[in-house]
Design a protein around this ligand. Structure first.
Ligand code: GLC
Length: 620
């Protein structure tokens, strides 16, 4: 006898029906395999059925409120579980602290099982369904997700889909010469093919992991390893890989995740003779993933990690009719911000912000100053050239500047993956160290410390002014500086990114009670800014935003308009005090002090800023 259809079946069928034809079309285009497609559909139903009623309820709410993740009260924080609280249960205990930080979106850095010493900070996953034992269990994660939901906090995790660890069971079997599993990776006995690839594929880690292949002597084969030699690239030409990875995605979604960060997404399709980045099939796969998510778990948001130049980033949003990622990192703006700190000239930043502001408002960016990775100096060198700045010497200048090797620089940090062939290098440090908190502390110079704290706060205010979701890096809320202890750990020493992946210093968090301490000043200033952002409609994701021309190149002027109100957000990217002339003599409310007055000029200290809101006029 046929089973009676439940309401829940109908919900699934409705969602499947909405996407079925397009999904099947794309799947057949890529794989031409009807059986595997049928299996995918059956598994989607299975993962839907395994989803808890609570999550299904949340899905329904979010389907009705598709903008839920774009609200102006969203503030994210990314953190390593072990650094922050030891274990997942530790994070559960620290939720009140995160609430105190106004954070309602937590990105837990990779926590799935990965081999010690060969983990790339957890980005070499050995088992997609197991938490690292020292951090806890999947049950702990599901409990944390529930507790977060009770508090209105969303949880984000990485889905590392480009590669697995060499310890993943597929890789283990492949290494034993099992053809079925070898076909899930890129194996070549003949060195000619890897050599052919190397001609066109750039290197991600030229110094710490040169080349894109690793030779396995026991097998007499080369395996493709774009990142570290222990991270084996998955072969998405094989539908078994796609299907299984989608099941892993749905499994993790069912643990209560709200946001899935698709790690290194531009790399997931490879083609001989290309640079193996951003190929059209990548977009087909992401589009399929979006539809699979909307069918099984529509409450989920996809965050794409696309660390590329702007014209490569925006296509990952897809189109309004056929969307791909919900959110992307605003990576070029981040790098351009630090360039601006070094050169004290906002022209490039304005150009970059204007590009972002001209994109459709539906595109949601994740804005940040620092994250767990290095800063790659991916700037618009064509524009810089017209202003007399050449790429190679300019990158060298930035790296010298931020290491504190240029007179007047207060920044401290280290190079990352210095390529002795091209002379290229990236940079690592915490926000506070780059702003001068570390050097001022070392020199015990109070005046310098004041300046560093102001710079740190100003940069956060500027980040909060951008449309999208502000993402703090754990420790930045208390001005945590570089941690050099990674050099004592042989597993970490070769990778300078660990300089900004230090243990969270709870002693610093204790000091926030003293509002005059460095930590207290940064912490409370950030909180204040977040609260203003929450309250004021001018910070809406859909506000009209533009930059304004101003006579002084060190001044960045951003205008946001919404609901008849106008915000003038002005930032001084220089050490000198400035007098700012408002565009018209009018009544402005200083959002920081709440005072309203007739204003013609405003005095800004070095690295100072203001948020002035023009009151509604009769006409507006
Ligand atoms: C992403 C991560 C980075 C990692 C790489 C390889 O870029 O952010 O930390 O090394 O992917 O998985």
């Amino acid at each position: 006898m046929a089973k009676k259809k439940t309401d829940s079946d109908r919900v699934f069928e409705r969602r499947l029906a909405r996407h079925h034809d397009e999904l099947r079309w794309l799947y057949m285009e890529l794989y031409d395999n009807g059986d595997m497609f049928a299996e995918l559909c059956a598994q989607m139903k299975r993962y839907y059925e395994m989803r808890s009623d609570r999550l299904k309820k949340l899905d329904a709410e979010r389907e009705a409120d598709k903008e839920w993740y774009r609200r102006r009260d969203m503030v994210g924080m990314m953190m390593y579980i072990d650094n922050f609280a030891g274990t997942i249960q530790g994070v559960q205990e620290k939720l009140p602290y995160l609430e105190q930080c106004n954070v309602d979106y937590i990105h837990l850095m990779p926590f799935l099982d990965s081999p010690k010493g060969r983990s790339d900070g957890g980005y070499a996953v050995a088992d997609f369904r197991k938490v690292k034992p020292e951090l806890g269990t999947m049950e702990d994660l599901a409990v944390l997700a529930e507790q977060c939901h009770d508090r209105g906090i969303s949880l984000c995790m990485d889905f590392v889909m480009n590669h697995t660890s060499e310890d993943h069971e597929w890789a283990v079997k492949a290494r034993q010469g099992d053809g079925e599993y070898m076909s899930r990776y890129f194996f070549y006995a003949d060195p000619a093919i890897p050599r052919e690839y190397e001609r066109t594929v750039p290197q991600v880690f030229p110094a710490t992991a040169p080349g894109n292949f690793t030779y396995l002597p026991e097998l007499g084969h080369y395996v493709m390893t774009t990142f570290y030699p222990y991270q084996w690239d998955l072969n998405y030409r094989n539908p078994r890989v796609f299907n299984e990875m989608m099941y892993n995605f749905l499994y993790l979604a069912d643990q209560g995740m709200d946001i899935i960060r698709i790690d290194a997404v531009p790399y997931i399709w490879k083609e001989l003779g290309t640079n193996c980045r951003n190929l059209p099939q990548v977009h087909t796969i992401v589009r399929m993933m979006r539809m699979i998510g909307e069918i099984v778990c529509p409450g989920i948001v996809l965050l794409g990690e696309v660390v590329m130049e702007p014209d490569k980033v925006a296509p990952y949003f897809g189109t309004v009719e056929k969307p791909e990622c919900h959110m992307l990192y605003n990576v070029t703006t981040m790098a351009t911000t630090w360039h601006t700190v070094a050169v004290k000239d906002v022209r490039l930043l304005r150009k970059q912000m204007d590009i972002v502001c001209a994109l459709p408002k539906e595109y949601t960016f994740l804005n940040y100053l620092r994250c767990h990775d290095d800063i790659g100096w991916g700037l618009d060198y064509a524009a810089l050239k017209t202003w007399g700045m050449e790429e190679v010497p300019h990158k060298r200048y930035l790296n010298d500047y931020f290491r504190g090797n240029i007179p007047g620089s207060v920044s401290r940090g280290e190079l990352y993956n210095e390529d002795f062939v091209t002379g290229d290098a990236r940079f690592c440090a915490t926000t506070a160290s780059m702003c001068g908190v570390e050097s001022a502390g070392f020199e015990q110079d109070e005046q310098k410390m004041d300046r560093a704290v102001e710079k740190d706060i100003m940069l956060h205010a500027y980040m909060f002014t951008q449309s999208g979701i502000p993402m703090l890096y754990s420790g930045d809320e208390v001005g945590q500086v570089n941690d050099y202890t990674y050099k004592e750990d042989p597993d970490k020493a070769p990778d300078s990114r660990y300089i900004h992946r230090g243990r969270f210093q709870w002693e610093l968090a204790e000091r926030i009670r003293d509002k005059k301490s460095v930590q207290g000043r940064i912490f409370h200033a950030l909180r204040h800014l977040e609260e203003i952002r929450r309250r004021e409609p001018v910070f809406d994701a859909d506000a009209e935003v533009c930059t304004k021309d101003y006579s002084d190149r060190a001044i960045l002027w951003v205008i946001r308009r919404e609901a008849g109100e106008e915000l003038h957000a002005v930032f001084n990217f220089s050490d000198e005090a400035k007098t700012i002339w408002m565009p018209e003599i009018a009544e402005y409310t200083d959002l920081l002090t709440g005072k309203t007055a007739q204003t013609e000029t405003v005095k800004l200290p070095g690295w100072g800023f203001f948020w002035m809101k023009k009151r509604k006029t009769e006409r507006s």
